[in-house]
Each structure stands twice: as C-alpha cells, then as structure tokens.
Design a protein around this ligand. Structure first.
Ligand SMILES: Cc1ncc(COP(=O)(O)O)c(C=O)c1O
Length: 488
C-alpha cells in the first residue's frame, strides 16, 4: 500500500524529469546504447519492491530515501555485473561492499562449495577438525608468516574486536595489568560493534552510541599521500612523526594496542597514507610493549596490490584481521592471525583461567572455508594481485580524466584497485553543501546508467572486483563521467 502511494506522489515530478535526463545522456556516449537504461525506479516499482519496503529495514540507509529510490531487484550476478529483474546489467563497481574480489559466481568457487556441501555444511568448531579448515589455516599462516596462529570468527567487526580482546587479555596475563587502553588513527573505521565503533572515527556511525563506548583517542596527523607514485609516498617528515609520537608517548603506560587500517582507510573517506607511518608505529610499539592490530578486512587479499597491505611497509603486526576477500565475498568468515608468542600467553592448565573464551556459532564454517581455500588458490593461479599492481595507476587515471573533463573532482587518490576523489563545485573548487546531497544524486544517476557506485558522502570511488576486465572499467568510467556531469 505504501509503495503505491509513492508511485502517484513522485512520478509526475521527479520521475518524468529523470527520464528526460537519461535520453540526453544516451546521445552523449556510445556505451549506453549497449545496455538497456534502467527505467525510472519509482515508475517501475514492482510488487516485490513494495513488499520489501513494507518489511525490510535496509543496512546503512535512511529508509525514507527508498521512497523514490527503491531497492534494485537482483535476479542474477556474474563477474562484475549484477542483473536486475528489468533486464539491466549493472556494474558492481564497489564489489558489493568491498568483498567480491573475484566478481560474482566464479565457477571454481562454486564447484568447491558444492563439493563441500556433499560432505557437510557446518559443525561446531570447538573440539572438531576437518581437512578444509586445516588446509586453509596452513595457507593463511603461510601468507601472514610469521603470524602462525589462526582464530576464526564470522565477520570483520568481530575479528577486530577479538584482536582487541586478545591484546587486553595478553597484557593482563603477562603482568602488564595497567595496559587497558587503545588508540586508533583519525578517519579510521573498524566495524559496527560498540568497541570497534569506539575505535573508529566515523561520527555518523558511532555518535549515537558514544556514551556507552570507551574513549579511544584518534591519532591526528596521518601523513596522507595520493598514491604509491607520489613523491611523498615513502617519506614522512620528521615533524609529522614527532607529532604522532608525542600523542603515543602520552598514552604509552596504559596502551595495550594501536588499531589501524594499513595504507588505505575505507569508510573514513578512502584515504591513502604513507607506509612510513606503519614503520614508525612498529618501532615505537616494540619499545613500549604495545601491540599493533592491523585491520586488513578491506585491504587484505590484493586490494592494495599486495597480499596484505602491511607488506607495503614490510612490517608484521601482532594481529592481522582478515575477512571480505578471504571468501572472495562468498559469505561471512573472518580470521585473526597472531603469533605463537601471544598464543602461548593463553596456554595453561584449564583452572588457570587463561583460555580465550570467545566463540561465535558459525566460526570456522565449512562452506565458507571451502570458498576461502579455493579463492586463495585462484588468487595465485590467476595472478590476481599482480594484475592489480600492474593496472592500479590506470584505475586512478580513469578518475583523473573525469576530473580534467568535469573540473568537479579533487584529491584523486588510490592504491591498488581502489581509486577515490571528492566532488566539488566546478565553479568554485569548493565542496557542495552537504544538504545538496550531490553524492547521493550521483549514486542514483549512476545506477540508472548501469553502475553501482555507492559513494561515501560526496566522495566517489571505484573499488571493482580485482579481475574486472579493462573494457568494463572503461564502461564504468564513462558512466561515472556522465553521472557526474548530470548532477553538477
Ligand atoms: C576496515 C574494515 N574493518 C572492519 C569492517 C567490518 O566488517 P564487517 O562488516 O564484516 O563486520 C569493515 C567493513 O567494511 C572494514 O572495511
């Protein structure tokens, strides 16, 4: 009933105007004649969409926005494309929240999952073992050496929270009982649990719960850089490090760990920073009995062109948290990798009370393990990370061309297969007022034209599957350019 009301209310105004806009754009670019243009969403809101909106509360969404921008009905997904019920192909340009690193429906992963289904789908992980989990764990330990202990959970937020809990318990069990606090980087994001929100610096997500959360200071003065080609990539001015060191020194006595997304910060604005910060942190942490928790949930498995983003700085953290690309986006699984030294601090007689008593029902899920194991093999067999390293600059170049053409993008940045820029007013070079919702308008227009490019505020970014063919990236850039022009 609600959906029908919207149909009549919105269509005569917003809807018709949008349609005219699309016709004009088709004439501008040869690419759009290849794929059918998504019709006005309100005009075509079908009964499934209406039922969806009657019942489902969508994530990270203001539900009122769905009134005239209903959810796309997805009927299939293959490679870099989503297929909608109205016969349109949409490029999944943000890899479905950064996880579909090998695109959709990779046939080898499908076969591996089916093979596992023939054996068993899920069993309790405490006191059981299976070939698939052991082989996966051995491979992970190999990738993250010398981190050789693998703890399984079922999502990224929990992985970061587990690493934080492990760090606290480690210090308590090794005599450093005063080490009960954390620090994190400005503009960081680490998940949606209360503790990980506290470690993050994304006001919108954490603000409503701030009262409940422990105070976790954000280290200011991160040495942002535009890309690995930038002259300041491997340099960090002494004054920058001194400023961060002073903040750390003030916390040192009570600090258990520093939490960070290495090199590339996602939800905080797709920001890239110099690996030298990580080198500085590693040294400082070693001399102050402080752990480093590397949140590699987005960056891990090739997103930055290396297997782990910490490898840009040649450092090993005390905890590495991995998810998303682990299963290549086939489903929820995450791991915390740590060292034998940390593991040993928990190893004792049961009555010592030193065990790490964390569990999640679906940790070590066998289907996800099978998907992960196959994904790791594919990354290797298909040279996926090498391709990312090779083509990374071209992804940024596509954004730079849009910037040159529109004069409406600034601060083009990126590493690996992540490239971002901020929309600005081409006449002033300044950001548009937030209430104009330029990024959101861009998002809607890009969907109509065939690309899912959900922005972060007015920051637009490409974060496609790592094996997206060049011609699809070209098509994506054309769509982004046209969508941007139409919202200025
Ligand atoms: C860097 C980082 N940490 C943690 C998370 C949380 O992971 P999940 O959504 O699986 O809980 C995300 C998710 O986007 C992330 O990008």
């Amino acid at each position: 009933m609600r959906g029908i009301v919207f149909f009549y209310r919105c269509f005569p105004n917003t809807g018709f105007a949008e349609k005219i806009g699309i016709v004009a754009m088709i004439q501008e670019s040869p690419h759009y004649s290849l794929a059918p243009v998504r019709a006005n969403p309100v005009a075509t809101m079908n009964s499934l969409q209406q039922r969806d909106l009657k019942t489902i509360w969508h994530p990270c969404s203001q539900m009122k926005d769905y009134e005239d921008f209903p959810p796309m009905e997805i009927v299939a997904a293959e490679g870099a494309y989503l297929h909608t019920a109205d016969g349109v192909k949409i490029i999944d340009a943000i890899s479905s929240w950064w996880c579909k690193s090998l695109g959709h429906a990779h046939p080898r992963i499908r076969t591996a999952v089916e093979r596992q289904l023939d054996k068993f789908e899920h069993v309790i992980m405490a006191n059981t073992c299976s070939e698939v989990l052991v082989e996966l764990s051995e491979r992970l330990a190999n990738i993250a050496a010398p981190l050789d202990k693998v703890f399984y959970v079922d999502n990224g937020s929990t992985a970061v929270e587990v690493a934080m809990k492990m760090s606290l318990q480690y210090h308590a069990q090794t005599g450093a009982t005063e080490k009960k606090r954390f620090a994190a980087l400005e503009n960081g994001y680490h998940g949606e649990t209360a503790l990980t929100l506290a470690a993050g610096d994304c006001g919108l997500y954490g603000a409503p719960f701030a009262e409940l959360a422990p105070e976790i200071p954000n280290l200011k003065g991160v040495p942002y850089a535009s890309s690995p080609e930038a002259p300041d990539w491997n340099k960090m001015p002494d004054e920058s490090w001194d400023a961060i060191r002073q903040q750390l020194d003030a916390l040192a006595d009570t600090l258990a760990a520093v939490v960070f997304e290495p090199i590339l910060q996602g939800a905080g604005g797709m920001k890239v920073y110099s690996p030298n910060l990580l080198r500085g942190l590693r040294k400082w942490a070693d001399s102050n009995n402080v752990h480093l928790i590397a949140d590699e949930i987005m960056t891990g498995f090739g997103r930055t062109g290396k297997t782990l983003a910490c490898q840009h700085a040649e450092i090993v953290p005390d905890f590495a948290c991995l998810s998303k690309g682990l299963t290549a986006g086939w489903g929820p699984m995450a791991v915390v990798l740590t060292s034998t030294k940390i593991y040993d601090a928990f190893y004792d007689d049961y009555l010592s009370g030193k065990a790490f008593m964390h569990s999640n029902t679906y940790c070590g899920n066998a289907i996800m393990a099978a998907a992960s194991l196959e994904a790791l093999k594919i990354y290797e067999d298909e040279g996926v990370f090498e391709r990312v390293e090779r083509d990374s600059a071209n992804l940024r170049k596509r954004l730079a061309e849009i910037a040159a053409d529109s004069n409406a993008l600034r601060d083009i940045r990126g590493v690996g297969f992540a490239a971002a820029a901020d929309i600005v007013n081409p006449n002033t070079g300044e950001p548009f007022p937030a209430e104009r919702r330029t990024g959101f308008k861009f998002y809607r227009k890009a969907v109509e034209l065939g690309a899912l490019l959900r922005p972060l505020g007015d920051t637009i970014y490409f974060l496609p599957p790592l094996n997206t063919p060049d011609n699809v990236l070209d098509e994506l850039a054309e769509i982004a350019a046209t969508a941007l022009r139409s919202v200025l």
